[in-house]
Ligand binder design. Structure first.
Ligand code: 3NM
Length: 205
């Protein structure tokens, strides 16, 4: 599968997003057909240190077995121990040019929420962009104002060759709008982690 296609159904998750064992949630999400996974152990209730690493190892192993991309959120010290395929960062995290020199062969993803952030970013150093929050979300406490699918259209217009995923408030009911606006994929947390039937939620996405 070409790279952009591997971003099609991109689950982001940490233990703080789960009301049961994250290993079970990821197992079901893989069964449902996710193509990429981001280990995002962040925010209230998240694990740290050894416990974070130990969970990361289990989730990494699942992704390896099922050929699902495994990306770590922000924490560059986890990239090598977890043998991650890549790392995703936001505007306030490590600079992507620095990351590129640290990890020449890894996938690097960057979140961008507006034109100013996009202009100030070294897009040539990244493998894909995450644009959002597309819709309102309560999953990330410091999420910015929703930018709508118009932002997806705009980013695709400015960088037609850079793989793009939408993030923030994406559900089984609105995912098609994000794809119709030009995104290569949708990245979701609660649409999957809060679903009663995870397998079905991923399939419906
Ligand atoms: N990043 P849900 S919004 C992790 O806008 C994250 O960069 C965002 O969770 C951004 O799919 C967000 O449950 C939370 O809305 C996405």
């Amino acid at each position: 599968m070409e790279f952009a296609g591997r971003l099609r159904k991109y689950l982001i998750m940490g233990s703080q997003n789960c009301t049961r064992d994250p290993v079970d949630v990821l197992t079901e999400a893989i069964q449902g057909g996710i193509t990429a996974f981001q280990f995002r152990e962040k925010g209230p209730g998240s694990l740290e240190g050894e416990a974070k690493l130990a969970l990361g190892e289990k989730l990494r192993q699942l992704c390896r077995t099922h050929n699902v991309l495994f990306i770590v959120n922000d924490d560059s010290v986890l990239v090598d121990p977890l043998e991650a395929d890549g790392i995703h960062v936001g505007q306030d995290d490590v600079d992507v040019e620095e990351l590129r020199s640290l990890f020449p062969e890894k996938i690097i993803g960057l979140s961008i929420s507006n034109e100013e952030e996009l202009k100030g970013s070294a897009v040539a150093s990244v493998d894909y962009l995450g644009a959002g929050p597309v819709f309102g979300t309560s999953t990330k406490i410091d999420a910015k104002e929703p930018v709508g699918v118009e932002w997806i259209e705009r980013v695709k217009q400015l960088h037609p060759d850079v793989p793009l995923v939408g993030i923030g408030g994406i559900s089984v009911n609105n995912a098609h709008e994000v794809i119709a606006a030009g995104a290569d994929g949708v990245s979701v947390i609660s649409a999957v982690t809060a679903a009663e039937n995870v397998v079905e939620a991923v399939q419906r996405l």
